[in-house]
Design a protein around this ligand. Structure first.
Ligand code: MRU
Length: 356
């Protein structure tokens, strides 16, 4: 998708380096950063220079390529894979990508390992682009139906950034929106600000602006009244881990949006590539929920009057704060899962019909 009219992906490999867009600086600065070592890749994931479940997975895959370039040694590769998995706990794509790479590399000889690792990382990336594109085509049918009935602009609410910046291209929640826009269907997006990191305001609104899609940023608590007033036709969000019973773990605040949607009969869809499905756990209490630094809540960063990025404290100095990064929306509040293979019920039966 585009930034300043130029087409980019969020990650690519060039001259033995991994190139990323540093997302901590968006929308105010557009900086392409080089990752040269496995530690660079781990830091980029930890500090959220790259973020969003599919992009974290792709960064991990390329991170292992960097580890092999640094030191072609099995114990170094193993340690790197463990450090990568520990860098952010909730999004399953991270472990999924590392496990897939390690499986591919098991038993491969030293001479071939770099070539095979790089090839597999590239396959993971291309697959994600393909999956996200198909999520878009499948979700488009739902938007088309609503547009046909309503004969007016379709208002879609989204939370966090499940846009192309969270993937390689297209996004998950945004892909149906981009496809609808390309088809000439009139859409308007309510973008939850998504405190504390403001991925909605800083990333989703930004990428929609760059593609010319009308959108309005709202405070995280505004969605409820908009739904009561009939100003939301559907919600589409992403997910960091979808349990095989259909429960969905996504950015903190998603659950409250799903409750409001249920109360107001607003369809609540979750868009995901199959790499986000956790086939191993059924009880959401087993999901490791990331707790991040309280400073993300107590401080905000933005441009000052001289156009310089500044960070300021907004809380009482003595106050404690707690910063859980994700919550779980039970399957019963999810109207449907939009995947690369089609739209299914948020349930074990629904997922198995598509994927097993
Ligand atoms: O903490 P983040 O910014 O990595 O969280 C991202 C989200 O919660 C997204 O909505 C989710 O990863 C889906 S990305 C397609």
């Amino acid at each position: 998708m585009k930034i300043n009219g130029k087409v980019y992906r969020t990650i690519w490999f060039e001259n033995n380096k991994v190139k990323i867009i540093n997302q901590t600086k968006l929308p105010h600065q557009f900086i392409i950063k080089d990752l040269k070592t496995i530690q660079d890749a781990i830091n980029a994931i930890k500090t959220m220079e790259v973020r969003g479940a599919p992009l974290i997975g792709a960064t991990a895959a390329y991170g292992l390529v960097l580890a092999i370039i640094e030191k072609n040694d099995l114990s170094y590769l193993k340690k790197s894979s463990e450090d990568l998995i520990a860098s952010r706990p909730t999004a399953i794509n991270l472990k999924w990508a590392v496990d897939r790479m390690m499986q591919k590399l098991s038993g491969v000889n030293d001479n071939d390992i770099l070539k095979i690792a790089l090839n597999e990382a590239k396959i993971i990336v291309e697959e994600d682009v393909d999956f996200c594109k198909n999520i878009g085509l499948n979700g488009l049918k739902i938007i088309e139906e609503i547009a046909k009935k309503k004969k007016d602009v379709v208002n879609i609410l989204t939370h966090c950034n499940a846009g192309w910046l969270a993937t390689i291209d297209w996004g998950t929640a945004t892909s149906p929106i981009y496809h609808a826009h390309k088809k000439g269907i009139k859409v308007h997006i309510w973008v939850d600000e998504t405190r504390p990191r403001n991925q909605g305001a800083n990333l989703t609104s930004h990428e929609l602006n760059e593609e010319g899609i009308p959108n309005t940023i709202i405070a995280d608590n505004t969605g409820g009244i908009l739904m009561q007033r009939g100003q939301v036709d559907m919600c589409i969000v992403g997910t960091d881990r979808t349990l095989y019973n259909g429960d969905v773990c996504n950015k903190i605040g998603t659950y409250l949006k799903a409750l409001a949607a249920k109360d107001n009969n607003v369809p609540f869809y979750v868009a995901l590539p199959s790499s986000t499905i956790d086939w191993n756990i059924k009880n959401h209490k087993e999901i490791p929920i990331e707790e991040r630094n309280a400073e993300e809540l107590s401080h905000v960063e933005g441009l000052d009057k001289d156009n310089k990025l500044q960070k300021v404290l907004i809380y009482p100095q003595k106050s404690k704060a707690m910063n859980l990064a994700f919550d779980v929306t039970p399957a019963k509040y999810v109207t449907g899962l939009i995947t690369e293979k089609g739209v299914c019920e948020a349930s074990e039966k629904g997922l198995k019909e598509l994927f097993k």
